[in-house]
Write a protein that binds this ligand. Structure first.
Ligand code: AMP
Length: 351
């Protein structure tokens, strides 16, 4: 989708991906099939391109440094990537710039986990520090006695223990910063998850102006704190009373921003390319309300009925195998842009 947006703006795109014929290669002008840390491949990529970006955060930060050393413009930069790759560094950074998160502790062994459960209280969520996504590498600790089981469940590796956020709902904000420091923020999305995986986003979310202003302040602090260039997704917990905590940041376009493809004149993909290329940022206002739904695994089989619905725009990724739980496509259901009254944050949800 980044490549499609680039093509529309007149750019050629070369993809570096370990997989032959990846979905992005189908819509790009060149491909390099190699590991993300292959030094020769990085040299070839750097020579071929004026600017380089990435679309998932498990690209090694060292690869970004190699490209920069070779004289390439890379955005977002290595600091944003490194911070987002480690859950302890990420939350420590957020707290250092006065962005609130749930209480947490760094975990290195079972002893430190037991001590953290005693101080944060149960229930609490144990997550691997690195490589976790979509609820993977996570285990709930329901009582003090559950520490050993959870430690084994995540593979006894460096981790973070997070106090449970008793949130009312999950929101996210997609924001962008240009090379000139200009910042653009999209309307908030309201997200539902199933099994730790994003299922739907409704945007613009039904939130009041104070919540919007709070999310914008948070986005601005993070973007400026990282001297960030590009689009970023910020996942938020809305707490009873309306306070927002940051769950995590994604240094890239984000699944909860897919609604912008059919709800905004300039979607998150074009916005990211504009930022990376040093263009002025595009407008972020919504011209429709959109409900985005991910199609996982075999749900893609419903494509024909969905494509027949005039209110639905379907975006299929072209992955060849529909493994269970794999994100295969998403639909954007276009709804009227209602002028509804903001919902006041009620009591915490029961979980
Ligand atoms: P993550 O991989 O960190 O985005 O977590 C996936 C999902 O787990 C989130 O979208 C929340 O629904 C839930 N979750 C993560 N961390 C917490 C927490 N500290 N308290 C309550 N729920 C959480």
């Amino acid at each position: 989708m980044l490549s499609q947006a680039s093509g529309r703006l007149g750019f050629n795109v070369v993809i570096l991906d370990p997989e032959e014929n990846s979905p992005a290669c189908r819509v790009s002008q060149g491909q390099i099939v190699a590991a993300y840390d292959n030094p020769t491949a990085l040299q070839v990529l750097g020579k071929a391109c004026q600017a380089v970006t990435f679309e998932f955060e498990n690209v090694p930060a060292r690869s970004v440094e190699i490209l920069i050393e070779a004289g390439c413009e890379v955005a977002p930069g290595p600091r944003a990537l490194a911070v987002a790759q480690d859950r302890v560094d990420e939350k420590s950074f957020l707290n250092s710039i006065k962005v609130p998160t749930t209480a947490f502790a760094a975990i290195n062994d079972l002893g430190s986990l037991r001590a953290a459960v005693a101080s944060l209280g149960a229930p609490a969520l144990l997550k691997t520090r690195r490589q976790g996504y979509d609820g993977k590498g996570q285990a709930w600790i329901k009582a003090d006695s559950g520490a050993a089981r959870a430690w084994a469940a995540i593979g006894a590796q460096p981790a973070i223990l997070e106090a449970r956020a008793e949130f009312v709902r999950e929101l996210s904000v997609i924001c962008a910063r240009g090379r000139d420091g200009d910042i653009a923020v999209y309307p908030l999305g309201e997200n539902t998850h199933a099994g730790g995986v994003l299922k739907t986003t409704l945007a613009p979310a039904n939130v009041g102006s104070q919540t919007k202003a709070q999310a914008t302040r948070i986005a601005r602090k993070i973007l400026e704190g990282l001297d960030y260039v590009g689009v970023m997704g910020v996942e938020l917990f809305e707490m009873p009373g309306g306070r927002l905590l940051v769950n995590e940041i994604a240094p890239r376009v984000h699944n909860s921003g897919h609604w912008t493809q059919d709800g905004c004149a300039c979607d998150q993909f074009e916005q990211h390319i504009r930022a990376v290329a040093g263009w002025p940022l595009g407008p972020t206002a919504a011209h429709a309300r959109v409900e985005m739904t991910n199609l996982l695994g075999n749900e893609i089989k419903a494509w024909k009925a969905l494509a027949a619905d005039p209110a639905v725009r379907i975006h299929i990724y072209g992955k060849r195998e529909a493994k269970p739980g794999r994100k295969m496509a998403h639909i954007n259901r276009i709804l009227p842009l209602a002028r509804s009254r903001p919902r006041s944050p009620g009591p915490a949800r029961k979980s």
